[in-house]
Design a protein around this ligand. Structure first.
Ligand code: MN
Length: 290
């Protein structure tokens, strides 16, 4: 099942170049309250919603994907988690290239674990990536994101896949500079996910996912999840040892070699046979410092 969020918080079931507007299944979502539970309420109920979406799809309004505005397929993650160096070819380029390592030691993921990107950086397909008014270049990092469905902490590797709601493409946009990682990777618009969620029931083996990132049509990165240093279940076990994973939490699984700077007006595209196509445009100019 390919599920998208579109227009004003509507839910769509993607079918080829079209979608079925199945927003009606969300009619009984609990009203938002001050102390609502952390996480994304749609991802929290996905197991229950999927059969209802399937039942409704045949009679739901059919729209052309070209006529709607897709949004990030997760609306309110409690956290966006990044895997710093999780492809061996990127580990090698990061150790070799001073623009990447910034005179800091580059440690494998087993030693340093993961990092967080601010939730306010969340953005969706066709967004414009701002260029913040800070020194240093801004790089693309094409990735695959895992979205959590079932909450948990201290999750064992053997149980991890039962906690996955699905998968989507991601851009972990990054300022290269001396700042802390959590700052450099958290600018507005720097956590792009989309175009839609491919639910885990439709994609049993995430290692099969491959993707290519291109800038203005020129291929820059190729990744295949079989080449992750820490696999999807291992990442889930690793981070859930530190913090509870809530429905809708996003884990960006790491970028392969080929990261590089983007320029104003660049068009960045991440394409995957299994996950679709995620495109963004870089802002026309660097923002001015206040
Ligand atoms: Mn990354």
């Amino acid at each position: 099942m390919r599920l998208c969020r579109f227009d004003d918080d509507r839910l769509g079931l993607v079918e080829g170049e079209f979608l079925r507007d199945v927003t009606a299944v969300l009619a009984d979502l609990p009203a938002r309250t001050w102390s609502r539970p952390p996480g994304d309420p749609v991802m929290a109920r996905l197991d229950e919603l999927r059969p209802r979406i399937a039942a409704l799809a045949g009679t739901a309004p059919r729209l052309s994907l070209a006529d709607v505005a897709l949004a990030a397929p997760v609306a309110t993650p409690s956290k966006i988690i990044g895997a710093p160096v999780n492809f061996r070819d990127h580990l090698e380029e990061a150790r070799f290239d001073r623009a990447l390592h910034q005179d800091r030691a580059v440690h494998p993921i087993d030693e340093i674990g993961c990092f967080l990107k601010a939730n306010s950086a969340l953005a969706g397909p066709n967004s414009t990536v701002p260029l913040p008014p800070v020194g240093g270049r801004v790089d693309h990092e094409g990735e695959v994101a895992v979205v959590i469905g079932r909450p948990g902490r201290g999750i064992a590797v053997a149980d991890a896949m039962a906690h996955v709601a699905g998968y989507t493409l991601a851009l972990d946009m990054t300022v290269r500079g001396p700042q802390d990682r959590s700052l450099r990777k958290s600018c507005d618009g720097f956590a792009v996910i989309g175009p839609w969620l491919v639910t885990a029931d439709a994609l049993a083996e995430p290692a099969a996912i491959a993707f290519t990132l291109a800038v203005n049509g020129q291929p820059r990165q190729h990744g295949r999840l079989t080449h992750l240093i820490r696999s999807v279940p291992e990442l889930i076990a690793m981070v859930s040892a530190f913090y509870t994973l809530h429905p809708g939490d996003v884990i960006m699984t790491g970028t392969p070699a080929g990261v590089g700077p983007v320029a104003p007006d660049d068009r960045i595209t991440v394409v995957s046979e299994l996950l679709g196509s995620l495109c963004v445009t870089v802002a026309a100019a660097r923002e001015r410092a206040a």
